[in-house]
Design a binder for this molecule. Sequence first.
Ligand SMILES: C[S@@+](CC[C@H](N)C(=O)[O-])C[C@H]1O[C@@H](n2cnc3c(N)ncnc32)[C@H](O)[C@@H]1O
Length: 289
Amino acid sequence: MEENLALVARLRAAGCVFAEDEAEVLWSTARSSAELDTLVGRRVAGEPLEQVVGWAEFAGLRILVSPGVFVPRRRSEFLVGVADALIRRHDARLSQAAPGSAATVIVDLCCGTGALGLAVATAIGVGLGGRLTSSVELHSADRDPAAVACAERNVVPAGGHVYGGDLLDALPSALRGRVDVLICNAPYVPTDEVAFLPAEARDHEPLVALDGGLDGLCVLRRAASGAPGWLAPGGVLLGETSERQAAEMASAMSAARLGAHVHTDEESGATVVTGSAPGGPPARSGRQE
Ligand SMILES: C[S@@+](CC[C@H](N)C(=O)[O-])C[C@H]1O[C@@H](n2cnc3c(N)ncnc32)[C@H](O)[C@@H]1O
């Protein structure tokens, strides 16, 4: 009890706002007091809790997080919810038109740990032992080798595939024209604003995971311009942005001939821009502007 109070006080003094919760996570992870000391030392030195303990909770899943890999943000659970709602609507239409139609193909570009794609795939088709069912195919990709290695730990055991490379170039060409859901939670902080991010992000997450170029939308814009060649009819691209970037990103989706919509969630402050390829139901879901 006293040790626990001392740990909470130490975490609080180091600036951890949720010191009690963090203490509990650290206690439950460490297998010995020596290991607890090491973990707490790393945490008070500023490393993100999730990298210290090696996992993050995301959309009800335990996602493995390796040091130096972007920690999935709870805000991104909104994107998972939007994707899930769109797939269900799309599938309802498809099964009316063609009962027993093929698996839903999900691609997670800029996947980091692989959390978002895995959460969407799990929401629509998971079986025993967390393995994806035949109703869903999951393909995840990232250009950072550390992220690829981490995503392999999360996605491959569930039956998904992981690739390394720049955006859509990383994917096997057999996926062209077959992607139902293309998630791209790319970096979207404008280059000039990276310096103002919390030290925890600047010091422990790679620049390639944070810096979205001049206006923050450079990576997502490139994904949008390439997306039509990969999306199935009615397939949808989803990307997270800040609120002030949403209109510009919606224009980029329209310029790529995708039907653009902006979805916002007041509670988490999340904004998601979707772009739908022609040939399917409109990409309306969740709370919208
Ligand atoms: C903001 S992090 C998001 C990670 C993950 N989607 C999530 O939400 O937890 C952005 C990710 O994009 C990757 N990335 C940046 N530019 C990329 C590119 N041109 N091609 C592929 N991946 C890229 C980074 O390595 C990083 O893992």
